[in-house]
Design a binder for this molecule. Structure first.
Ligand code: ZN
Length: 237
């Protein structure tokens, strides 16, 4: 993995400096793939596009901004007025902020991107071993609405195996096992056959939670030990 330059921007609201890391090259060695399409790869870290200024709380897309500077690794780099205080590194948004962002975005592509991040954000609660999937009824309602909106949008897009995998997973999360199975069986790509088998097994176990693709049985066992999660699914959806 080869880090790229740090790229500096100014918050469009308060002009505070914020930087994003970048990558020259990486690889998927040791990557974990999940049933919701998220990949966590230690050698291929992801950096946010949608982020917020920690000084003024303003939410914005870095790709909408013109970088004010780039700092190569080992660069002393003093051609910029750093101002006061600490430099903030751009970070991915938490679920609350993603919902806040959703109210401001207009393009279909960005709305889909934010909704996908929200879905993954909830699933992170399983990925990182949180005890509860939902905080309260409101949290559960927002989750379900977001899943429905994703399904609606995916239904408008051209059918592809990738889309079918996400549609199937959303139905499985929502507890619509028949629809999930019907959809997953429409995937044609042979390379996804092992994933399909695992998906069908998880459906038969009535597991609605995100799972890690591949043979990682110990992890499944850990997740199975979270008694609250299913109960909360049942209670709130
Ligand atoms: Zn700001």
């Amino acid at each position: 993995m080869l880090p790229g330059p740090q790229i500096y921007y100014r918050c469009p609201h308060c002009s505070a400096l914020i930087y994003n890391r970048s990558l020259m090259s990486g690889n998927t060695f040791g990557a974990k793939h999940y049933s919701d399409g998220k990949m966590i790869a230690p050698m291929l870290p992801q950096f946010p596009d949608l982020t917020k200024c920690k000084k003024c709380d303003h939410i914005f897309w870095l790709s909408d901004l013109r970088p004010v500077a780039k700092k190569e690794l080992g660069d002393d780099f003093d051609g910029i007025d750093w101002g006061d205080g600490e430099l903030e590194q751009a970070e991915f948004l938490e679920i609350d902020d993603l919902f806040r962002a959703l109210k401001k975005v207009r393009s279909t592509k960005k709305i889909f991107n934010v909704r996908l991040q929200i879905w993954w954000g909830y699933n992170d609660r399983v990925r990182y071993g949180h005890k509860l999937f939902f905080k309260d009824q409101e949290d559960a309602n927002l989750w379900a609405q977001n899943c429905r909106a994703l399904l609606l949008e995916l239904g408008l897009q051209p059918t592809s195996d990738d889309n079918l995998a996400i549609i199937a997973e959303l139905h499985r999360n929502l507890g619509e096992t028949e629809l999930a199975l019907e959809t997953i069986k429409r995937i044609k790509d042979d390379e996804l056959s092992k994933f399909k088998e695992q998906f069908i097994r998880e459906c038969s176990k009535k597991n609605r939670r995100v799972f890690k693709i591949g043979e990682q049985k110990d992890d499944y066992d850990d997740w199975d030990d979270e008694p609250d999660t299913d109960a909360k699914y049942e209670a709130y959806v």
